[in-house]
Design a binder for this molecule. Structure first.
Ligand code: AHR
Length: 497
């Protein structure tokens, strides 16, 4: 099959905010404990208690922003339990996630230091569901107040003299569900109350994020925009890619063992994100035509059945070439909506849901999703370019999808990056790309490609390099035209200079 892509010099002024490549790490399963944090006394090589292998892998993909401590966990987290000497930190039951005992060893200081090591902006999610206004207010004071106050004194006693910079602060999480089962009208008022006491001290200007919709609930967005819109800078949105034959949550598909039919279904569910963003943006536009309120997609990714033999409350799943395509398609959608979507956070960084990294004891693997994050780093903070993709569709069992999807950007040095996805489960695609009206010098093209040899190729602890990006050979160019053949089930990234 042949496809044609035309990229023009018209950059529409759309900036791809690097925070679209953000992450989410919750106290859930082995994301924090065993994934990010081992403690200093661990035999697993660590830097100040953070797993060294994971830290280095995350540094490589330039994590721009990290959301913490949840998720559902955020609305039962009491931050004061996570500061001070470890032996004095009280434990709690993590009721949402496996009922395990949380020792609170990873708290505010540990999170903020991790962000420093990563070079990532912290995004803290406060507790509305079971916390008080005072508790939330004091957390912000503890972290960001520069003068002398009860909270800043306590922070200093705990070893941190200077305040941290905390820009992003979420006022509750999924307050329509695990965060308090509230109605939108009620949450809108509660939001207005809580946010009043989330203060910007000194130079630290807090960017307030209200809890948004679960993908399909348009009414929630409408009420929030109408009743509280002038009190927030960002409105969140969560949407997961999942499927079960009987529509029940419990019978979701397993990450591995996909057929052409379930491959098509998962990709169909993934591209629904485009429609959802359009629908919510349209409502936001009614109340905020100047697009001052940013859409923050702070949870997205695949949600498969947990791996056999693992704690169902830990949400540990395998990650395959299909996840890699889901990630790439999401990034393309976020680029397209870059005027409204300014941050997105994959759920979740390590060992949970669509993780970029899996660990087992001292072993670590980078998942296919990780490789997409790495290949796509040049899109971070680049200008989105106008792109027109003419491609055929393919249909399996009533599910119809385009064969090829693409996105292009220009970085600050004028280098163009074109990311390409071949969604077809079995056929390669010949593509001609016409790069018009751009001052590219000499037209040197090179690329990387991640292509699955099956519908569920993945990496394992015994074979961690089973699926890794390869140099993309066979690219030819003439005049302004580039020709490539994309193997089935692949994600690639071209660099045009
Ligand atoms: O990411 C797992 C959970 O999914 C989060 O805790 C919650 O916000 C969402 O329902």
């Amino acid at each position: 099959m042949n496809s044609t892509i035309v990229i023009t010099g018209d950059d529409k002024g759309l900036h791809i905010n690097k925070n679209i490549y953000g992450h989410f790490s919750e106290h859930l399963g082995r994301c924090i404990y065993g994934g990010i944090w081992t403690g200093k006394d661990s035999k697993i090589p660590n830097v100040e208690g953070y797993r060294q292998d994971v830290l280095e892998a995350l540094q490589r993909i330039k994590v721009p922003v990290l959301r913490w401590p949840g998720g559902c966990f955020a609305d039962e987290y009491h931050w004061k339990d996570g500061i001070g000497p470890y032996e004095k930190r009280p434990s709690m039951i993590n009721t949402h996630w496996g009922g395990v005992v949380e020792n609170n060893h990873f708290g505010t200081h540990e999170f903020m230091r991790y962000c420093e090591l990563l070079g990532a902006e912290p995004y803290i999610n406060g507790n509305v569901g079971s916390g008080t206004v005072r508790e939330m207010s004091e957390w912000v004071e503890y972290m960001t107040f520069d003068g002398d106050s009860p909270m800043s004194r306590e922070r200093k006693t705990n070893g941190r003299d200077k305040p941290w910079k905390v820009k992003y602060f979420g006022v509750g999480n999924e307050n329509w569900g695990c965060g308090g089962n509230m109605r939108p009208e009620y949450y809108a008022d509660v939001y207005r109350q809580y946010q009043t006491y989330v203060r910007s001290y000194g130079e630290n200007k807090v960017f307030k994020i209200a809890c948004g919709t679960s993908g399909h609930d348009m009414y929630w967005t409408e009420v929030l925009m109408k009743q509280a819109g002038k009190f927030f800078n960002g409105l969140s949105m969560h949407n997961y890619t999942w499927f079960s034959e009987d529509g029940t949550w419990d019978n979701k598909l397993q990450a591995t063992g996909l057929t052409e039919r379930t491959w098509a279904i998962i990709l169909t569910k993934a591209v629904e994100m485009d429609r959802l963003i359009t629908a919510h943006s349209t409502i936001m536009d009614m109340y905020d035509p100047e697009k001052k309120v940013e859409m923050i997609v702070d949870e997205w990714g695949t949600w498969f059945k947990t791996e056999p033999g693992t704690n169902p409350g830990f949400l540990y799943q395998q990650n395959t070439i299909c996840d890699a395509l889901v990630a790439a398609l999401h990034f393309h959608i976020f680029h397209k909506h870059a005027d409204r979507v300014k941050m997105a956070n994959i759920a979740q960084t390590v060992n949970v849901l669509q993780a970029v990294i899996l660990t087992e004891g001292d072993k670590m693997v980078k998942t296919p999703t990780y490789h997409v994050f790495e290949m796509f780093t040049p899109h971070q903070d680049a200008q989105a370019l106008s792109i027109n993709v003419e491609t055929g569709n393919w249909t399996t069992d009533g599910y119809t999808l385009p064969s090829v999807d693409a996105s292009a950007s220009k970085d600050k040095n004028g280098t163009i990056h074109i990311s390409l996805v071949n969604l077809h489960p079995s056929e390669q695609q010949k593509i001609t790309i016409d790069v018009r009206g751009l001052a590219v010098k000499g037209f040197g093209v090179k690329g990387k490609i991640l292509a699955g040899n099956s519908l569920d190729q993945h990496n394992t602890f015994d074979n961690p390099e089973n699926l890794v990006p390869q140099n993309f050979t066979g690219i030819s160019s003439e005049g302004t035209k580039i020709s490539v053949t994309l193997p089935a089930r692949s994600v690639s990234m071209l660099e045009v200079k």
